[in-house]
Design a protein around this ligand. Sequence first.
Ligand SMILES: [Zn+2]
Length: 363
Amino acid sequence: MNEQGPWISPGPEPGPGSRGGDGLRGDPNRSGGRKAAGAALLILLLICIAAALLFIRSQTVAWPPPDWIFAACDVGQGDALALAVGPAEAVVIDTGPDPAKADHCLTLLGVRKVPLLVLTHFHADHIDGVPGVLKGRAVAEIETTNDRDPPKGASEVAAWASAASVPTSVAAAGEHRRFGPVSWDVLWPDPAAESLTTPPTPPTLPTPSDPVHKSRRRGRHQPRASPRGGGEEGSGPNNSSVVLQVTVATRDGPVRLLLTGDVEPPSQAAILAAHPDLAADVLKVPHHGSAHQDPDLFAAVHPRVAVISVGKGNTYGHPVPRTVALASGAGARVFRTDDDGQVVVFGTAARLRVATRRQDSMP
Ligand SMILES: [Zn+2]
């Protein structure tokens, strides 16, 4: 029984008469009962297969699968994501740290038009690949967070956009947009909610031990490590990431995705408080699977698929086992770009599938 897979229920406890039997001999009535039980098991199995997430390695599917919905590129330590919105057309969310890798990934996906490039925040592991996205593609607009920190990253994006004559805009909670079958709400940053987390003018100066004050001060002026790399914890820019709640219309229903940039617990909790219904089929795990996560967010999302975009051997120790366990404990099958390569979600709501393809197996 166990060899047939964990999806098969062990069924009711056997009756006293069945003890010690081989399961093949018995009276006709019991045989009929076994047939009925077998049929029930078969039906259960078929239902499970139909509802199950199917995972397919790249060798068995065209690349990308024609009905692809979402892709997480393999760009090393960083995020570069795409949502298919039409033939050869995708909304791109972040670009990873390497222009060549971003360009290569979008080329493999067949993306030639980008109606919108969203940059969740201005850390290098999310923006330095921008020139690779712009290379040979029609990019209609670049949308960013309202937090222009680190300033160098914000200036670079402005310069790239200007050189390519691409208009820029700023995302804010409450914004709703649609391209083809893909629509989304911007959940974060929320200027109103952010002001709530800012300490009110205190009667006395905040002490250095005040965690909120400390976090904000470090994020804006004193990056602890790698201000260009963006791996530091407790950073203001991370917590200002643009977060998108995406709905993709498919033939048999909507597929929902939650794309979270690098938000950490303070923003995760604020997002959850403002939007209790965060249920999604696909979760882009925040901040490359770092240790700083709000378990309530994972429970609320309850994803079928969790994607961790992360570079092999990165110096930050991402992802931490605890966060991987948090995602799988919330019900998700976890995919990670360092091990799996490019991760593509495709199919429909009722038959959601995931395919992966490693860079070294690509042409
Ligand atoms: Zn990052």
